[in-house]
Write a protein that binds this ligand. Structure first.
Ligand SMILES: Cc1cc2nc3c(=O)[nH]c(=O)nc-3n(C[C@H](O)[C@H](O)[C@H](O)COP(=O)(O)OP(=O)(O)OC[C@H]3O[C@@H](n4cnc5c(N)ncnc54)[C@H](O)[C@@H]3O)c2cc1C
Length: 352
């Protein structure tokens, strides 16, 4: 007897479950249904491939900025529930971001209002990068996720509370209503929503990352160029993995990885943070870096932004859609899923 089904076991589905538990829904009333779970790997399962950190990637509209803020300020609750930084694979680390143009002022204003240790870099500090195209920079303390580990720990925590996980691929959303007692389905299917609910606004933003061994790098660094995004993301408690990226290739469905993209990523990231090579234990050439893996993932982009809305069905049932978080699922997802769960709970104000 399941009253709430969460369809999807990516970061959005798991944040949804976290909020349902926080809002006093009984674990025995929740079931997670998904084709892929934390230990699985597929190009149709984006979450394990993420960098992942909190950065200034989000759009600058007020809603997106609010979702980032909510997540940044509430992630410590997830970290605590999972047993702290090491047990969750979620930790805070220094971040520096650079732009080759002036970033939108509304974004800066928002970030400035809540980011820990936020600072706008001075001209002298920018000049130290020795890169004339860089126009603006900020530093702050950010969140870093060890994504595959974090997903696993979230799922383990939920299982330990008594939540049922059912592995199944659905061909129609109605199949998520497991029995007559199912009142609500949270549709957290990411890129899968394109097929499942025929939402053709959903499209992929392919990314490729190179994971190297670099125990000496303990800081994030991002550069926003006019047509490139370059990022360096340490993966907390991961045996020294450093994630280097990246690409955002819209409408590209390929799960393959490409040698020329790997070379480009290594060139851009080592130029951005020369310490990667300078302090590398095995030598200071790009060829001396120890590559652990190269991977590609599809960010669930959506024309018009994420879909977070309730679709009411007969007999008091409903589907609450929550997908399309593009390149921000980890850093904004708590905000979107808090809204999604509230949509359903507030409207009814009845308890499950
Ligand atoms: C290279 C790269 C780097 C990134 N870096 C960051 C970062 O640093 N910070 C950040 O915040 N975000 C980052 N992202 C974005 C982030 O990974 C996504 O926003 C997020 O993973 C989307 O999560 P999701 O739960 O919506 O989708 P998914 O993780 O794809 O999960 C979807 C779930 O739905 C299930 N599902 C789908 N269709 C069906 C069906 N028909 N039947 C049953 N189950 C189904 C799947 O099996 C899966 O369990 C990055 C992404 C990439 C690719």
């Amino acid at each position: 007897m399941t009253k709430a089904v969460v369809l999807g076991s990516g970061i959005i589905g798991l944040y949804t479950v976290f909020h349902l538990l926080e809002k006093q829904i009984k674990p025995s009333d929740i079931t997670v249904v998904a084709e892929y779970f934390a230990d699985d790997q597929s190009i149709n399962y984006t979450s394990p491939w993420a960098g992942g950190n909190f950065c200034a990637i989000s759009p600058s509209d007020p809603l997106s900025l609010e979702m980032d803020k909510f997540t940044y300020l509430n992630l410590f609750k997830v970290q605590k529930a999972l047993g702290g930084p090491e047990k969750s694979g979620l930790d805070m680390m220094p971040m520096t971001e650079f732009w080759d143009y002036d970033p939108p002022s509304e974004k800066l204003k928002s970030l400035q209002s809540y980011l820990k240790d936020f600072k706008i870099l001075s001209r002298d500090e920018l000049a130290k990068k020795n890169e004339p195209k860089i126009k603006f920079g900020i530093s702050y303390t950010t969140w870093n996720f060890n994504c595959p580990f974090f997903l696993k720990k979230m799922s383990d925590y939920m299982r330990s509370k008594g939540i049922l996980f059912v592995q199944r691929k659905l061909t129609h959303i109605s199949q998520a209503f497991l029995d007559e007692s199912t009142k609500v389905v949270f549709n957290c299917t990411g890129i899968g929503a394109r097929d499942l609910v025929k939402d053709h606004n959903v499209f992929p933003g392919r990314g490729q990352v190179v994971v190297i061994k670099a125990p000496h790098i303990k800081e994030n660094c991002v550069r926003w160029g006019k047509s490139t995004a370059t990022y360096i993301i340490p993966r907390p408690y991961s045996q020294d993995s450093l994630v280097l990226g990246g690409f955002i290739q819209k409408d590209c469905w390929s799960g393959d990885t490409y040698g020329d993209q790997t070379e480009d990523i290594l060139r851009r990231t080592t130029a951005l943070l020369p310490q990667i090579l300078e302090q590398n234990a095995h030598g200071s050439r790009i060829e001396d870096l120890e590559i652990k893996r190269v991977a590609a993932g599809l960010r669930p982009y959506r024309h018009g932004g994420p879909r977070v809305e309730e679709e009411q069905l007969p007999e008091g049932k409903s589907v609450v859609h929550c997908y399309g978080q593009a390149g921000t699922g980890y850093q904004s997802g708590m905000g979107w899923t808090n809204t999604a769960t509230d949509l359903w709970l507030r409207r009814r104000s009845s308890k499950l």
